[in-house]
Write a protein that binds this ligand. Structure first.
Ligand SMILES: *Cc1c(COP(=O)(O)O)cnc(C)c1O
Length: 400
């Protein structure tokens, strides 16, 4: 008889083995960035923190409490799914607003939980009133009007009916907001379009006034509008990019410099640091190729560090042969292709590199920085598209 085989070793509890990278959020940077926004928009407007796309990759569960510590009590998301993620971690007195997809099936959930939502067609407005009656609680709606962006937005021909519906169902529909979204206010060359949008939004406001339905709040501004155009801030500003420490565009940064009369200023602080470690070191003789194919050929004898990160971990494949990371406080360039879960960097001129050395993918190490910009500049920074794709599975922690 054979001895019974030993039971398999229990698997480690979730979270007890290390992920291949980690993200750290700076509490002080969040506080600083919201103070800057507050200073720009003045005391009146509500600041809504836009945390769609997992808080632009920062992680909703970690980021929302940080924003609350900085005084924020209003959050905007793109979907009911994200609203649920915020609801799970936010304070009971924080508001949540869905700017995008909310399925009919989820309407009772949203209304019951007091989740606010954009309405941009008449059937949704009527449906919201009906569901609100069933649930026994008023639906909190933001009427998003079409002003020329031609994305979502209630067309002008329907404004009259919408106002009438809001008036006739005042018990079931709370008219929380009248709003719009600008189509590219971060670019000064686009101002002719923005001016038309502001005029159309003002027209919608007047129509509401005439129809004797008053929204509690009017809002239109994203980061660029809030920072650059005081006439667009109304009663609430929807701040995404800026709270994470990035300028919406070079135009808006330059506008700020003009406003403050300086030729350099850095009032915003990057919130996110992304780190991994050196997994392996390799000597590569002159003339050999590094990694797949012939993308990189060693011009001389070199030392290459292998990192346990690839495009499946959110690192852009477009940075093959061009991105940089920080090792021992120095910049090291990517050599060869970014693979699915590995890429290589040249550490030939970084003295003393060892396996296990921390590697900064985004952030500061000693005096060197890999920055973030919402506009791309591949040589020194990564952008919002890449950040919003950082996998939710990477652990997020909070630091000073
Ligand atoms: C994403 C978004 C914002 C925030 O934009 P930022 O430029 O990142 O500040 C505001 N409003 C709407 C409707 C959005 O979709």
């Amino acid at each position: 008889m054979t001895a019974p085989s030993a039971p398999p070793a229990p698997s480690p509890a979730p979270g007890s083995v290390r992920h291949s990278s980690r993200i750290r959020l700076s509490r002080a940077a969040v506080k600083n960035n919201f103070s800057f926004v507050r200073q720009k928009v003045g005391p009146h407007p509500v600041i809504s923190s836009v945390v769609k796309a997992n808080a632009y990759g920062h992680g909703i569960a970690t980021y929302v409490p940080l924003a609350e510590r900085a005084g924020v009590r209003h959050f905007a998301v793109a979907s009911s799914f994200e609203a649920q993620e915020v609801l799970a971690v936010c304070r009971p007195d924080s508001r949540i607003m869905i700017m995008g997809i909310l399925y009919d099936a989820d309407l009772p959930w949203a209304i019951r939980n007091g989740i606010e939502f954009f309405v941009f067609d008449l059937p949704r407005l009527r449906k919201a009133a009906a569901v609100a009656r069933e649930v026994g609680k008023a639906a909190v709606v933001h009427l998003e009007v079409e002003t020329g962006g031609n994305r979502t937005g209630l067309p002008e021909k329907d404004w009259g009916s919408a106002f009438a519906t809001l008036k006739n169902h005042a018990d079931a529909l709370r008219f929380e907001g009248l709003c719009t979204h600008f189509a590219g206010i971060e670019t000064l060359a686009n101002q002719f379009r923005i001016r038309k949008q502001v005029a159309a939004f003002e027209a919608a406001s007047s129509r509401a006034l005439k129809a004797k339905v008053q929204p509690r709040l009017r809002h239109a501004a994203c980061s660029a509008a809030a920072l650059g155009f005081p006439e667009t801030t109304y009663d609430l500003v929807r701040i995404g990019t800026t709270q994470y420490g990035m300028w919406p565009s070079p135009d808006i940064y330059n506008l700020h410099l003009t406003q403050v009369g300086k030729n350099h200023d850095s009032p915003l602080q990057r919130v996110l640091t992304w780190e991994t470690d050196v997994m392996h070191l390799k000597r590569v003789p002159k003339g050999e190729f590094v990694g797949y194919g012939t993308a990189y050929q060693a011009p001389g004898d070199m030392t290459v560090a292998v990192l346990p990160i690839g495009y499946s971990n959110g690192y852009p494949r477009a940075l093959s042969n061009r991105g940089q990371v920080l090792v021992r406080g120095r910049k090291a360039s990517i050599v060869g292709l970014v693979n699915m879960n590995v890429f290589m960097v040249d550490v030939t001129n970084v003295p003393g590199v060892e396996i296990g050395d921390p590697v900064v993918l985004v952030g500061r190490q000693k005096n060197a920085v890999i920055g973030l910009r919402s506009f791309s500049d591949f040589s020194h920074s990564l952008n919002t598209e890449f950040m919003s794709r950082l996998p939710a599975a990477i652990p997020r922690t909070v630091g000073k």
